[in-house]
Design a protein around this ligand. Structure first.
Ligand SMILES: [Zn+2]
Length: 153
């Protein structure tokens, strides 16, 4: 999870929502690392999980990631969870919980994937909180800027 947090910090530095992910094989070797690049790619599917799945599939030249574990700093959304299932990922380990993702209640009952949440949770969620605080501060600055321009004109 520490490696996934490092990736999330890279996203933060680039002005992306700070979510990072790592994919490891059965032996614990890192196959791929990545972070959310939705803004950069202008792609709504460029979540950290999708980024690492794509990298690992390309590297291994297969869409089957059986036996692999995905570490991600935020509980995956429905789209990413679907991709994990499609890639046959064995284990999902995430940091911060996302209360928006209600579908997990169903999955915990019906799915065979091992899911573990809340790993280094405070560190993972703190990154997201600081990002959204910066955004809020920034947007209030912009509003101030507009008022200033109006006064000047
Ligand atoms: Zn996602």
């Amino acid at each position: 999870m520490k490696e996934a947090i490092k990736e999330a910090k890279k996203a933060l530095r680039k002005g992306e929502v700070p979510v990072g992910a790592i994919l490891v094989d059965e032996k614990g070797n890192i196959l791929a690392r990545g972070y959310n690049i939705k803004e950069k790619k202008k792609d709504p599917s460029a979540h950290a999980e999708i980024v690492v799945i794509r990298k690992a599939c390309k590297k291994l030249n297969t869409w089957r990631l059986e036996g692999c574990s995905l570490y991600v700093t935020l509980q995956p959304c429905l789209m990413c969870f679907g991709a994990l299932v499609q890639a046959r990922i064995k284990r999902l380990i995430f940091g911060a919980y996302d209360p928006k993702e209600k579908f997990y209640e169903l999955i915990y009952l019906n799915h065979s994937m091992e899911i573990k949440g809340g790993i280094l949770e405070s560190e993972c969620s703190q990154l997201l909180k600081s990002f959204f605080k910066i955004l809020r501060d920034f947007s209030s600055l912009r509003i101030y800027g507009k008022i200033k321009v109006r006064r000047g004109g």
